[in-house]
Design a binder for this molecule. Structure first.
Ligand code: ATP
Length: 309
C-alpha cells in the first residue's frame, strides 16, 4: 500500500446539493496535506468520507488499503485520530475523565492519557470540569483525544480555530513531530498564513471540485506566478532604474535603499547575479509565491472555468 488515502471518481450528493464531484486524490503515506477551500467547498465532506461517517453517492474511497465503510471499518477506527470542526464534550466530566473515556475506546492506558494532557498543556486543568474550559482549552482537549493511540492517520478539521498565538505555535511544533514520525495528516483549514512550512502538499477544493493538488513547488510551477527578489543597500538616484532598463527588466519598485523585482523562476539567477554584481547591494532575499497567492490564483474565476472545461 503506497497511499494512505485514495479517492477514485468520488461524488457525494445531498439531495440536489453536489457537495463533492469527481474527486480523484491520492495521499501518500507519511505526508501532511493541507485541505483548503472556502466555506462549503467540500472539506468536511471529504473528511467524513475518509472516516466512513458518510458513504459516497458514486465512486470509491480507500483508507489505509480498505474501505472505511466495509468490513475493516472497526480496525481502521483504531488507527486514525479525528479532531472535528466543532468539538463537543460531556460538560460535567473533567478533562481527564473525558480523555479517559476516549482512551478506553481506543484501549489506551492512563500513562499515555496523562502524557497527552501534559503535551497539550492541560495537565494543570485536567481535574476541572469541561464546562469551565475556555474555547482554546476545549480545542486542546480535542487534540489530545485525536492523538490517543498514536494514530497512523490524523484528520484535523480547522485545528487552530480558537487557539491563541502561542497555542497555534505549539500546535505546529506538534505537527512537525508527527510528520517526522511518519504520521499521515490531513489538515483542513481556511487559515493560510503560517501553514506552508508545515505541510508537504496542498489540495484546493472549490464548490466540490478539486482545483489543484500538489507540492507547493509543483503548484508554483503550474501557476507561473512570479517570485519576488528584494534587495536593500544604498545607491544613487536613478541608478537601478537605468541598469534594469538596460537588461529589459520592467517589473520592479525602487527607492534609494530598497529594490523589489518580480521575475519568473528561470530568470532568478540572472537577476540575482545582476544585483550582486554591484556593491551598493548589501542584502538580498528571494520570496517565492506564497500559499495565499496560489490560493487566490486557483480560486479566481478564469482558473475555475478552465478546470470545469
Ligand atoms: P466550511 O469551511 O464552511 O466548514 P466545507 O468546505 O467543510 O465548509 P462541507 O461542510 O463539506 O464544506 O459542505 C459542502 C457542501 O455540502 C455545502 O454546500 C453544504 O451546504 C453541503 N452539505 C454538507 N452537509 C450537508 C447535509 N448533511 N445536507 C445537505 N447539504 C449538506
Amino acid at each position: 500500500m503506497k497511499h494512505a488515502i485514495e479517492f477514485t471518481d468520488t461524488c457525494k450528493e445531498y439531495g440536489r446539493v453536489r457537495a463533492l464531484h469527481g474527486l480523484n486524490l491520492q495521499v501518500p503515506q507519511g505526508e501532511v496535506v493541507g485541505l483548503l477551500g472556502h466555506n462549503g467547498a467540500g472539506k468536511t465532506t471529504t473528511i467524513k468520507l475518509i472516516l466512513g461517517i458518510i458513504e459516497p453517492t458514486r465512486g470509491k474511497v480507500e483508507v489505509l488499503g480498505s474501505s472505511p465503510t466495509g468490513k475493516a471499518a472497526r480496525a481502521l477506527r483504531m488507527q486514525w485520530g479525528y479532531l472535528p470542526e466543532s468539538v463537543g464534550f460531556y460538560e460535567q466530566l473533567s478533562g481527564r475523565e473525558v480523555l479517559d473515556y476516549f482512551a478506553r475506546l481506543k484501549r489506551v492506558g492512563g500513562r499515555e492519557r496523562d502524557q497527552l494532557l501534559e503535551r497539550v498543556g492541560l495537565a494543570e486543568a485536567a481535574r476541572r470540569r469541561v464546562k469551565t474550559y475556555s474555547k482554546g482549552m476545549r480545542q486542546r482537549l480535542g487534540l489530545a483525544q485525536a492523538l490517543l493511540g498514536r494514530p497512523r492517520l490524523l484528520l484535523l478539521d480547522e485545528p487552530t480555530v480558537g487557539l491563541d498565538p502561542i497555542a497555534v505555535r505549539e500546535f505546529y511544533t506538534m505537527l512537525d513531530d508527527l510528520r517526522r514520525q511518519g504520521t499521515t495528516v490531513i489538515l483542513s483549514s481556511h487559515v493560510l498564513p503560517g501553514i506552508e512550512q508545515h505541510i508537504d502538499r496542498v489540495a484546493m477544493l472549490r464548490e466540490g471540485t478539486l482545483q489543484a493538488y500538489g507540492t507547493l513547488d509543483e503548484l508554483r510551477r503550474q501557476t507561473g506566478l512570479p517570485l519576488k527578489i528584494r534587495a536593500s543597500g544604498r545607491w544613487p538616484h536613478g541608478f537601478w532604474k537605468q541598469r534594469l532598463a538596460e537588461q529589459g527588466i520592467a517589473h520592479y519598485r525602487v527607492n534609494g535603499t530598497h529594490l523589489e523585482i518580480e521575475t519568473q523562476s528561470e530568470s532568478q539567477l540572472d537577476v540575482m547575479r545582476l544585483l550582486l554584481s554591484d556593491e551598493s547591494v548589501q542584502n538580498l532575499d528571494v520570496h517565492p509565491p506564497s500559499l495565499e497567492s496560489l490560493y487566490i490564483h486557483f480560486n479566481s474565476p478564469d482558473v475555475r472555468e478552465a478546470a470545469h472545461a
